[in-house]
Write a protein that binds this ligand. Structure first.
Ligand code: ATP
Length: 442
């Protein structure tokens, strides 16, 4: 496939409408008028999202010698959130406009003007608003039964540190990776799937010898930035934002955000934090369990320091979609919309397109589809003209189309068409899987 070029950009309305029209992302509960800032992933969206998560899991867990996986529960003992500091510290500053009653995050406002009604100096004093969703466990709605939906997956890793260490007998440095839903009662969700109240995270806690934490922090920034580039994001659309000391979270000795150039401006994709020994130390003290590592070389117990790359699945999906969006001329010089998604991320890898809906072409195309289906995510499309079908596949990022025509009945071959170059090659049907594998790279 060709390298992705710098996208000229796409506005959010165009992208949101493509996402809905082609079955990537639907507004949630739409038949009831929707539900504020919640979204459902459709047939193509769920494939794309799964591919993003699989690419992360492959690079973070399967390809590495030093990281193992975990899948902890969303509901955890409330003591976890008391100890981690989330009950007292996980706040955003909330302000109201006295004129129009809109609510905003104070740290997201620029100047004194209300972004909704334009009133000046109408904002109330900021008050702290805890972002954790509360629920009740069991049939009685009382304080003693209060539980929280996790606002990050990381704590599930810290409280399982001992379990993982004893069952895997790891040596430092090693990491524990996890993907899953998190929930934050965001004051101002928005920008499509960028900021929602229910979202998915991909987090990894990397436990290291204390004196090596800064080195690992820098190294993980590089590794994580490269992951986006390897999957097709143009390097010029990424930048790093290192937090100044006064902006750091209570647990952090250093945080760098990887930002993406979204249509509304630069915004966070992922944060890499040097969390020091904060989490293991506080959970040790509160639980009475010794969350440390015995170093057999020095005969000492060490509380490892932790470097955390924390990424958002939905934000990554959005960045991959925005970056992939291109408008280019087609074979006839008309405009075509192409999602130049990396083949690993593309929801459909190969589309099988018969030139005729009738036997015997349709029959042979069905056999070609059977041949390819076990290997990759495929689609079969026999409606409308071949040109329109190519456009439809380009628009959802399908890297390859296989066309079965009347000649195929004679030469038992089909045409593979490349999404980006529009090049066509003729390949014997039995050779299709090998030829496609070579083109896709897997
Ligand atoms: P922000 O400053 O944008 O609120 P954050 O710094 O609080 O984000 P982290 O706590 O570092 O975010 O979470 C790690 C990652 O989880 C973020 O980089 C982002 O990709 C994702 N994430 C966090 N909050 C949301 C949300 N409300 N919706 C979607 N993704 C989110």
């Amino acid at each position: 496939m060709t390298e992705s070029t710098a996208s000229p950009g796409v506005d959010m309305d165009t992208l949101v409408s493509l996402a809905k029209r082609r079955g990537f992302v639907f507004p949630s509960s739409e038949i009831y008028g929707g539900f504020a800032s919640t979204w459902d992933y459709g047939p193509l969206g769920v494939e794309l999202k799964r591919n993003v998560k699989d690419a992360w899991w492959k690079s973070m867990v399967r390809d590495r010698r030093d990281i193992v996986g975990l899948d902890a529960a969303i509901l955890m003992a409330p003591k976890v959130w008391e100890t981690s500091g989330h009950l007292t510290n996980f706040h955003d500053p909330l302000v109201d406009c006295r004129e129009c009653k809109s609510r905003f995050r104070a740290d997201h406002l620029e100047g004194e003007t209300c972004p909704n009604c334009g009133a000046r100096g109408s904002m109330t004093e900021a008050r702290q608003f805890n972002l954790m969703f509360k629920t009740f466990v069991g049939p009685v709605e009382e304080d003693a039964a209060t539980a929280y939906l996790r606002p990050e997956t990381a704590q599930g890793i810290f409280v399982n540190f001992e379990n993982v260490l004893t069952t895997t007998r790891r040596r430092l440095p090693f990491g524990i990776a996890q993907q899953g839903k998190s929930f934050r009662n965001e004051i101002t969700p928005g920008n499509f799937i960028f900021r929602t109240r229910e979202f998915e995270q991909m987090e990894m806690e990397f436990f290291v010898q204390p004196e090596t934490s800064d080195e690992w922090y820098r190294r993980w920034i590089d590794i994580r930035e490269q992951w986006y580039i390897d999957l097709g994001i143009h390097p010029e659309h990424l930048r790093r934002d290192e937090h100044p000391a006064e902006k750091l979270s209570h647990y952090s000795a250093g945080t760098t955000d990887i930002q993406y150039r979204f249509p509304w401006g630069w915004d966070e994709l992922e944060g890499i934090a040097n969390r020091t020994d904060f989490d293991l130390t506080v959970h040790s003290e509160a639980s009475g369990r010794k969350l440390s590592y015995f170093d057999s070389e020095t005969n000492e117990h060490v509380v490892p320091h932790v470097v955390e790359p924390a990424a958002g699945v939905d934000r990554s999906v959005l960045a991959f979609l925005v970056d992939a969006y291109h408008v280019e001329p087609d074979e006839k010089g008309d405009e075509r919309v192409i999602l130049k998604l990396h083949p690993r991320l593309a929801p459909v890898k190969v589309a099988v397109l018969p030139l005729s809906r009738k036997e015997p072409v349709a029959n042979l195309a069905g056999e070609v589809w059977d041949l390819l289906r076990p290997h990759w995510a495929t689609q079969y499309d026999d409606t409308q003209s071949i040109g329109r079908r190519y456009r439809r596949q380009d628009e959802v990022g399908t890297p390859l189309c296989v066309t079965v025509d009347f000649e195929s009945l004679e030469d038992n071959a089909a045409t593979i068409r490349d999404r980006d170059t529009q090049e066509q090659i003729r390949v014997a049907i039995p050779e299709l899987p090998a030829a496609i594998r070579e083109k896709l790279g897997f």
